[in-house]
Write a protein that binds this ligand. Sequence first.
Ligand code: ADP
Length: 158
Amino acid sequence: MKKAVIPGSFDPVTNGHVDIIRRASRLFDEVVVLIGVNSSKKTLFTLSEREEMLRASLSGFPNVTVDSSSGLIVDYCLSHGAEYIVRGLRDAVDFSYEHELEINNRFLSERVETIYLSAGSDNLFVRSSSIREFLSYGVDVSSLVPEAVVEYLEKRRS
Ligand code: ADP
């Protein structure tokens, strides 16, 4: 059974994330979307909000689950029987960051392989940090995030 972990902050989950998750769900038997918990990193949405938004956005993918971890991604993979990490690449900046991460992860364990999926053309410029900034100015982000997230943001505002 091939199991993959897709780690990230998902603060909040975007159309770009969902595209990568959807494509990974067709390549692997099981996919775990793993929210990395880093107490020194301030996030706009709490862990449970990010979990809730991910679960609502991914309900159509039966082989995808959501989990969180404050430890090393590689340790999570090894203890949960996942041999693959999937990452999305938007551009060369993403690649150089991701490549360094991959080298570090391989140093930790050669049993976990990193696989890259390129961003779809609609999502090349979609990033959580821009969405957070747009939200702070009251900009409509509904074309950039899954429908379930739009509803979630509306509910939170009211
Ligand atoms: P962001 O980079 O938007 O803050 P995360 O840190 O949560 O998002 O990233 C989790 C993973 O999703 C990373 O591998 C990142 O490169 C990927 N990713 C983020 N946005 C996109 C996108 N628009 N298209 C493809 N992959 C993406």
